[in-house]
Each structure stands twice: as C-alpha cells, then as structure tokens.
Write a protein that binds this ligand. Sequence first.
Ligand code: CTP
Length: 212
Amino acid sequence: MAKKINCLISAGPTREWIDPVRFISNPSSGKMGYALAKEAHNRGFDVNLVSGPVSIRPVDGIMVTRVETAEEMRKAMLEKFDSSDLILMCAAVSDHKPKFQWEQKKKKDQFPQNIEMIPNKDILLELGQKKKKLQTLVGFAAETENGVQNALEKLNKKNLDWIALNDISNKKIGFDKDFNEITLFSSSGKRVNLDFSKKEELATQMFELILK
Ligand code: CTP
C-alpha cells in the first residue's frame, strides 16, 4: 500500500498579549487554511492543522493543534515539520509582539502611551531552512502593493516551492471573506492565476497544481 501523504497546514491569526485583556492580532478568519485542510483530508491525506484562534469547526478526522501566540505556532509547526511531506503556511502570523506582557490588567489611567514591540521569529523562513529534498513547502504573501515583486522575493528568501499571492487591498477577497483570488508562483518559474472563487474551490485548484 502506498504511504499516506502527511500534510501540515497552519491557519488563522496569532495573538500577542499585552495584558490579560488586550492583544495585538489581525483580521484573519482562518477560512483559507481550513479550506486547504478540508481539501487535503478529502484527498485521503493525514492532516495536521495548527490553528490560531478562529471560530470555524474543522471537519472530523483532521488533527488540530490550537495555538495563540506566534511562538506557540512556531513550536507546533517545528514539532510536526520533519514528518510532513507537504506543508502549507497559511496563517497570518503577527510579525511583532510586545516586549513586556503585564500579568495584571493595566488600568486605563496607567496604560502606556507607547508599547515597545520586538520581532517574532519568521516561522516559514525557519521551515525553509530545514526543508529536505522530498518535502514541498508552500507559503502565502499578503500584499497591498508591489505584490508580484514581494511574493517572488519571499518565495526565494524563504526557500519555498510555491507561494500564493493575495492582494489584501482588494476588499472583496482575502481576510475574513469567503472568496479569494490568488496568483501562484513556483520556484521553477511557473505563474498561475486562480480567478475569483470560493476559498474551497481555490483550495481544490491549489492542490491540483501543487501535486501535478
Ligand atoms: N510568516 C511566518 N512567520 C512570521 C511571519 C510570516 O511564518 N513571523 C509566513 C506567513 O504565514 C506567510 C509568509 O510567511 O506564509 C509571508 O507572510 P507575510 O505576512 O506576507 O510577509 P512577511 O514575511 O511577514 O513580510 P512583510 O510583513 O514584510 O510583508
């Protein structure tokens, strides 16, 4: 019997806490990542989904690891990376976190005027550095300007096999929408536009292309 494909997918936003009642995050709903996980499951793959806080219910049969911070997501992805064949990093990871997290709620009259931020590690960059020959690594690029150039730079810098460019300045698609429009670039020089469609439909098209 052929070996089952192990597929690792990240989805949703991360949260970087300031104090117990406040965090820094982004509007990612997790819909694209969950659609990819469902498609992988329908294809009979073993699916590990590392999910930031979202309100979607995954389909039965998918292994879900729930995380909040970028660091928790990083640890979960690294733990499963070596045993995965196909890795899709769809999460909207917070690039920065507050330097200090207060254990107690900051009262409003004590809340700082400025919050010092420090960078989070780039998970996908780290995965790209660890990637082995038989693994396929796919990233996303969320861009508001110079999309093609930025996506190609990320494809290269993060040692990816594919990158999916999302134009997040288009209000009809992307963050928290049911629809998306994607341009996929491969490290071998392919460029494919996937037209405006439901995220589930795009997930199907993405797998068809990547597994070709
Ligand atoms: N990513 C990641 N870890 C981070 C930031 C991003 O793994 N700390 C991943 C995202 O999941 C995505 C890819 O890197 O697959 C590109 O993310 P994006 O937000 O488009 O770009 P950044 O690399 O964060 O760069 P910039 O914010 O300058 O556009």
